[in-house]
Design a protein. Structure first.
Length: 114
C-alpha cells in the first residue's frame, strides 16, 4: 500500500504495462512506513514478534534505513547520487548485526494493459 500512496502523492507516471520498478526514494519511503506501521501494531499487541520486521525496526531506529535499502534492494537504474552518506557505518554494523540477513519483498506494483 505504501508504494501506491507514494505514486499517488508524487503523481508518478505509470507505464502501459509490466512491473513498476521502485526508485530509491520510493523504496526507502515504503520500508520506513512499513517499519513504523509494525511498531504501531506492536504497541497494541505486545505478543507481536516478526523476525524480519524486528530487524527492520532496529535498522530504522539506528538511522540506517537508506543504507539498508541501498545495500539489500539496490536496482541498477538508481544513480550514485542516491547513495547514503552513512553506508560505511552501516556496513560495519551489518557485519555483526545482520550476518545472514536477506531482504523480503512480498508485493510489487504492476500496470495492467488498458
Amino acid at each position: 500500500m505504501a508504494r501506491v500512496v507514494y505514486h499517488e502523492k508524487h503523481k508518478l507516471p505509470v507505464p502501459p504495462s509490466g512491473e513498476i520498478m521502485a526508485s530509491f526514494d520510493e523504496e526507502l519511503d515504503a520500508r520506513s512506513a512499513a517499519a513504523q506501521i509494525y511498531r504501531e501494531l506492536k504497541e497494541k499487541d505486545a505478543k507481536l514478534k516478526d523476525p524480519y520486521w524486528e530487524t527492520l525496526s532496529e535498522v530504522d531506529r539506528r538511522g540506517f534505513m537508506g543504507a539498508y535499502v541501498w545495500t539489500f534492494l539496490r536496482r541498477p537504474q538508481w544513480t550514485a547520487t542516491a547513495r547514503p552518506a552513512n553506508l560505511e557505518a552501516f556496513e560495519a554494523w551489518k557485519k555483526q548485526a545482520l550476518p545472514n540477513h536477506k531482504a523480503q519483498t512480498h508485493g510489487w506494483l504492476e500496470a495492467g494493459k488498458p
